[in-house]
Design a protein around this ligand. Structure first.
Ligand SMILES: [Zn+2]
Ligand SMILES: [Zn+2]
Ligand SMILES: [Zn+2]
Ligand SMILES: [Zn+2]
Length: 386
């Protein structure tokens, strides 16, 4: 009807005046200057989510080319039109760049790409059931964009860090096929593949590449924990001064914090790192429910001492020591995120753990054991959480 009216108007002498209507008075678009693109159906909500800046599925739209809106033809708003053009250009550039970077997928299923406020994602994940909903690969990519932004926000809140302390973008590859991870992973991280489930590069650029090996990552919840764990390592490495703690005898801090976020947002801990490579064990430690296991070992007098735990690299930790690394981080975070942030900073700067512990907590590697173990007895139940 609108189109018809417009065509009709063009014949009238005042048509030119109509075309000049300022947006603020345009009744056709209710002064918005544009319309939501009608080609995205229910998925428009995904594309308009606040964290999303570009999506390759939206960019492929023949009507809006990723701008998600079409210009109102009955009013003039050059500023808005320029903004829509800019959005189309951004989407095209992002997709082309990401496409070139990923290369051709091993299977016929094309890669999808998503840019969010702080992440660049390449996604080959297939449809999955999440909760009660069956979602397709495109929806799943958006879900990961949202989940990773949520992790970053929680990371900042937990450690009471200002936004400026995580300045770098993170690049993430979520793949379904081992061949894709095998060709992309080593190239984007500069590390060997060695049949890994995932690879990560922890500075000066921050990259995580993984594939969903269904033997060890049977469902979306397992993939979610895997990505939470891996990306937490990237965030911690990025926090200034940007160094990776895992090979500086502070594996307990690096792994402990990754487990802590895995538990916090994913419900249990099921990932273990060997240097930069994350090994996915089919048999996990205590089903990933670690608080009761730690409590049991403390009760039985089998807890590792802090002196031993705090002198190991990530790849030197046993499963049990991973669980204690998690519990120590839990213990420290219970005393305040800002305090733990300062402790982490000191260790990242190269201060001896002993000195940082004394300065931050008034504890020594000898006095901390009793304090920690009492805290475990006061806070961890022997029963698994309901
Ligand atoms: Zn209008
Ligand atoms: Zn999308
Ligand atoms: Zn569209
Ligand atoms: Zn790890």
């Amino acid at each position: 009807m609108r189109r018809l009216l417009l065509t009709f108007c063009a014949w009238l002498p005042w048509a030119a005046a109509v075309a000049q209507t300022p947006t603020s008075t345009c009744r056709t678009c209710v002064a918005k200057g544009c319309f939501d693109c009608s080609k995205h159906g229910k998925q428009l909500r995904l594309e308009q989510a606040p964290e999303v800046t570009c999506c390759s599925v939206a960019a492929a739209c023949k009507v809006c080319a990723g701008a998600l809106a079409t210009d109102c033809r009955e009013c003039s708003n050059p500023e808005l039109e320029a903004r829509l053009a800019e959005r189309r250009q951004l989407a095209a550039t992002f997709v082309a760049h990401r496409q070139q970077d990923a290369g051709e997928p091993a299977t016929k299923q094309p890669f999808l790409f998503l840019q969010t406020t702080h992440y660049d994602l390449t996604c080959g994940l297939e449809a999955a059931t999440v909760g009660r909903d069956k979602i397709d690969g495109h929806q799943r990519m958006h879900l990961y964009g949202q989940r990773m932004e949520q992790l970053r926000t929680l990371f900042l809140q937990t450690l009471e860090l200002p936004e400026s302390e995580l300045p770098d973008r993170l690049s993430i590859y979520l793949l379904d096929d081992a061949r894709d991870h095998g060709s992309i992973g080593p190239r984007v991280t500069g590390l060997g593949n060695a049949g890994s489930v995932s690879l990560k590069l922890m500075g000066p650029t921050y990259v995580y590449s993984m594939w969903q090996d269904r033997r060890s990552l049977p469902d979306d919840a397992a993939v979610h924990r895997n990505v939470l764990h891996g990306v937490t390592h990237l965030l911690l490495a990025q926090m200034p001064p940007s160094v990776w703690l895992g090979n500086r005898k502070s594996g307990w801090l690096d792994e402990g914090l990754a487990h802590w976020f895995e538990d916090k947002l994913g419900g249990k801990c099921t990932n273990f790192c060997f240097e930069e490579i994350l090994l996915q064990q089919v048999a996990s430690f205590k089903g990933g429910i670690w608080r009761p296991a730690v409590r049991r070992l403390v009760d039985d007098g089998k807890a590792p001492t802090f002196a031993v735990l705090s002198a190991l690299n990530s790849d030197e930790l046993s499963y049990e020591q991973h669980a204690f690394a998690f519990a120590y981080v839990d213990f420290f975070l219970a005393q305040g995120g800002g305090k733990f942030r300062d402790f982490l900073r000191a260790v990242k700067k190269g201060e001896a753990t002993r000195d940082a512990l004394q300065a931050g907590y008034g504890l020594t590697p000898l006095t901390i054991d009793a304090r920690f173990q009492q805290w475990v007895k006061d806070n961890y139940s022997l029963l698994p959480p309901r």
